[in-house]
Design a binder for this molecule. Structure first.
Ligand code: UGA
Length: 428
C-alpha cells in the first residue's frame, strides 16, 4: 500500500461519485461509497455498474476484489474517514436557483458521524458561498474541489485532468485534498472557496458560449453565402481561440451545461451584475432548436411555411451527445418537442437508448431502418459516428421522401446524395 494512503468516504454514487470512488481506490486509497439507494448499493457490491462509463466497470470490480473499495448505505461507515467527498446531485430550477435539498440533507446527517479532523470535500457543483456555509454547519474543514468530468470520458478525465482546483481557507485541509491526487499529473490551482466554486460555473458557461457562438455563425453563414465549417476552422487555427467546442449542432445540452449556465446567470442577477453575453448564449441555444425545425420544415415540405402536420419524421440520435445513454436536457429532444408541436409524428433511433425508454413524444425503435421506413424526412441530431456507415441506399429505398437534415454536419454529403437522399445541413 502507498504510505500516504487515505481513508476516504464518498457520499453519492452517481457518475461523479462512483467515478471518484473507483479512481481514488485505483490511486491507492481506501474508499467507501455511501448511497441512500439500497438497491443501487446492492448492485454495486456485486460489481454491477448502472452507468455507461468506459472503464468504470473494470475499475470498480478490480478494487472491490482487492478490498480497497466498498459500498454501504450506512453513514456510520464514514466514521474513520480522513476525507469525505460530497457528490450528491444539485439540480437547478428553471429560474436558476439551485435545489440544495439532497446536499443539505447529506450535510446534516454527516455532522453526527464524522471524525473531528475529517476534511469535507465538495465535489457537487454548488452556488458560491456554499463551501463556507457548509464549513460553519459542520464545524469541520470544508474544501471546494470541483469535478471536470465529461460524461463518457469520466474515468479518463479523473485520472488525466487538465487541472485540479482546490478552494480552501486552511492550508492543512488543502494539503490533504492535494494528497488525494498524489500520482496524478496536472497543474494544481490552490485558491479560496469562492473562486473555486465560481471557476466551475465559469468554465462550463464558457463552453456553452463557444458552442452558441458557432451555432449563430451557422445562420449567418447561410445568409451571407459562407461555409461555417471553414469559418470555424479559421477560428480553430488560432491557438488563442482553441480547437474545441466549435462544432455546430442543434444546441448544447446535457446534465451540466444547461443547469450551470442557468445558475451562473441567476448568481450574476443576484449580485447585480449584467451578464448579458451569457443570457444571449442561452437564448441563442433555444433559437438553435427552432432553426433546426425551420430547416426540417423547408427541406421536407419545400417551403418555409409548409405544414409538418401528420408527416412521419425519423430522428437519428436522441442523447445529448454521442457516446452516452443520457437524454437529460438533450437538444435532440428539445427539437423533437418542437417538431411534435408542429404536428409531426416521430420515430427515433439512438445506439445508446433502449427501445423501452420513455422519451415521449418520440417512439423509440432499435433499428435505423425502422426510422427511415415511410418517412417524409430524417433528422440527424446526435453525432454518433456509426451514422456515417449506415446503408444510406437502403434507407433511401425505405423512405417515402428520401430527405435528410444533418444537424451535426456529420455525414458525407456526397455519399448520402449518391445514395439517393436530398441532403441538408447547417451553415452552408
Ligand atoms: C461538461 C463539460 O464539458 C465538462 O468539462 C464538465 O465537467 C461537465 O460538463 C460537468 O459539469 O460535469 P458534458 O456535460 O459531459 O461535460 O458534455 P460536453 O461534452 O461538454 O457537451 C455538452 C453539449 O455541448 C453537448 O450537447 C454537445 O453535443 C454540445 N457540443 C459540444 C456541441 O454542440 N458542439 C461542440 O463543439 C461541443
Amino acid at each position: 500500500h502507498r504510505e500516504d494512503r487515505l481513508t476516504v468516504g464518498v457520499v453519492g454514487t452517481g457518475y461523479v461519485g462512483l467515478t471518484s470512488a473507483a479512481c481514488l481506490a485505483h490511486l491507492g486509497h481506501r474508499v467507501t461509497g455511501v448511497d441512500i439507494d439500497a438497491d443501487k448499493v446492492a448492485l454495486l457490491r456485486r460489481g454491477e455498474v448502472p452507468i455507461a462509463e468506459p472503464g468504470l466497470g473494470e475499475l470498480v470490480n478490480a478494487r472491490l476484489a482487492d478490498g480497497s473499495l466498498s459500498f454501504t448505505t450506512d453513514l456510520a461507515g464514514l466514521a474513520t474517514a480522513e476525507v469525505v467527498l460530497l457528490c450528491v446531485p444539485t439540480p437547478v430550477h428553471s429560474d436558476g436557483t439551485t435545489d440544495l435539498r439532497a446536499f443539505d440533507a447529506a450535510v446534516e446527517t454527516l455532522s453526527d458521524v464524522l471524525d473531528r479532523d475529517c476534511v469535507v470535500v465538495i465535489k457537487s457543483t454548488v452556488p458560491v458561498g456554499t463551501t463556507e456555509r457548509t464549513a460553519r454547519a459542520l464545524g469541520r474543514a470544508t474544501v471546494s474541489n470541483p469535478e471536470f468530468l465529461r460524461e463518457g470520458h469520466a474515468v479518463h478525465d479523473f485520472l488525466n485532468p487538465d487541472r485540479i482546483v482546490i478552494g480552501a481557507t486552511e492550508a492543512t485541509a488543502a494539503d490533504r485534498v492535494a494528497a488525494l491526487y498524489e500520482g496524478v499529473s496536472a497543474p494544481v490551482l490552490r485558491t479560496e472557496p469562492a473562486s473555486s466554486e465560481l471557476g466551475k460555473y465559469a468554465s462550463n458557461a464558457f463552453l456553452a458560449l463557444k458552442v452558441s457562438y458557432v451555432n449563430v455563425l451557422t445562420e449567418l453563414s447561410e445568409r451571407l453565402g459562407a461555409e461555417v465549417i471553414d469559418v470555424a476552422e479559421t477560428m480553430r487555427l488560432d491557438p488563442r481561440i482553441g480547437t474545441a467546442f466549435l462544432s455546430p449542432g442543434p444546441g448544447w445540452g446535457g446534465s451540466c451545461l444547461p443547469k450551470d449556465t442557468r445558475a451562473l446567470l441567476h448568481a450574476a442577477k443576484q449580485a447585480g451584475v449584467d451578464f448579458a453575453v451569457l443570457a444571449d448564449a442561452m437564448a441563442a441555444n433555444r433559437r438553435q432548436h427552432e432553426r433546426v425545425v425551420e430547416k426540417v420544415r423547408e427541406a421536407v415540405t419545400g417551403s418555409p411555411d409548409g405544414s409538418l402536420a401528420g408527416l412521419r419524421l425519423g430522428l437519428l440520435g436522441l442523447t445529448f451527445k454521442a457516446g452516452t445513454d443520457d437524454v437529460r436536457e438533450s437538444p435532440a429532444l428539445a427539437v423533437a418537442a418542437l417538431l411534435a408541436e408542429a404536428g409531426a409524428v416521430l420515430t427515433g433511433y439512438d445506439p445508446g437508448v433502449d427501445r423501452t425508454a420513455d422519451v415521449r413524444p418520440v417512439h423509440v425503435v432499435d433499428d435505423p431502418t425502422l426510422v427511415a421506413k415511410d418517412s417524409a424526412g430524417l433528422v440527424l441530431l446526435t453525432e454518433w459516428p456509426q451514422f456515417r456507415a449506415l446503408d444510406w441506399a437502403q434507407l433511401a429505398e425505405l423512405a417515402d421522401r428520401p430527405t435528410v437534415v444533418d444537424a451535426r454536419n456529420l455525414l458525407e454529403a456526397e455519399a448520402v446524395t449518391r445514395a439517393g437522399f436530398a441532403y441538408h445541413r447547417l451553415g452552408r
